[in-house]
Design a binder for this molecule. Structure first.
Ligand code: GLP
Length: 238
């Protein structure tokens, strides 16, 4: 695992966006693993800007998102489907069939997990996986204490995750307590992983992640064993 320290959130976003653009330039039909959250918002803004200058840039990619809340339909304003449309999909040329996100409103979340995992495998796996990190060290919604080999599965959200993300919901009771997430096993198979983390609220999680030992209490620490993972942080996060 390599670590790169840049000045601030803006330089981290620019660097990460460029990694994604380079990946797509090298391989137009790349499978991009995408993340949500505040952290990658500027990355998507830059990608949207660059695709306005080169409209075919993303036309052949496939995208697979990390996760979705159980119970939220794609139209729900707090769903990750909604996030992706708002920040990326509505502004770039990618056909709908090439965008993949787990359906939170499936009648059977377990079946949806199997279907989603098969989709990723049928695409040949992920070429570049973008990740953020939760303040508790989660990646996707792989919460502390989860088995590190899991594939796409339903998970109970950790108390800390519920506290961190509740601000995005109008009422506390609207926030789902479960999510569908790619497992660590799925994420770890990505050919390349780029994790971005900025701001002092991520310091503790990063310290545990780079501690030198793999600890299921900090799921992101598994990335220390990945052959092609880069962590890009700003000074505030160190
Ligand atoms: C969310 C997502 C993660 C994301 C993380 C950090 O709950 N499931 O994929 O990386 O939490 O979010 P943020 O970037 O808003 O700090």
């Amino acid at each position: 695992m390599q670590c790169l320290v840049l000045e601030d959130h803006q330089s981290v976003s620019h660097y990460v966006a460029k990694q994604i653009r380079d990946q797509v330039t090298r391989k137009a039909d790349s499978v991009l693993g995408l993340a949500t959250g505040n952290t990658p918002e500027q990355v998507y803004a830059l990608l949207v800007k660059w695709s306005a200058e080169d409209p075919a840039l993303f036309s052949r990619v496939h995208t697979v998102n990390l996760d979705e809340y159980v119970g939220l339909a794609p139209e729900h304003e707090n769903s990750y489907h909604h996030y992706m449309r708002a920040h990326f999909f509505s502004h770039v040329q990618i056909s709908k069939e090439r965008m993949h996100i787990p359906r939170g409103d499936s009648p059977s979340a377990e079946q949806e997990c199997n279907r989603y995992e098969k989709t990723i495998q049928k695409l040949g796996g992920i070429d570049l996986q973008l990740l953020g990190i939760g303040s508790n060290g989660h990646i996707g919604f792989n919460e502390p204490g989860m088995a590190l080999r899991m594939r796409t599965h339903v998970t109970d959200l950790d108390d800390r995750t519920l506290r961190d993300n509740v601000r995005l919901f109008k009422r506390q009771e609207d926030m789902p307590t479960k999510a569908i997430t790619m497992g660590i096993g799925t994420i770890f198979q990505a050919k390349r992983i780029v994790l971005m983390a900025t701001g002092k609220q991520k310091r503790e999680a990063l310290r545990k992640m780079m501690s030198g030992t793999v600890d299921p209490r900090c799921p992101a620490s598994i990335l220390q064993l990945h052959p092609n993972a880069t962590v890009i942080v700003d000074r505030a996060a160190l």
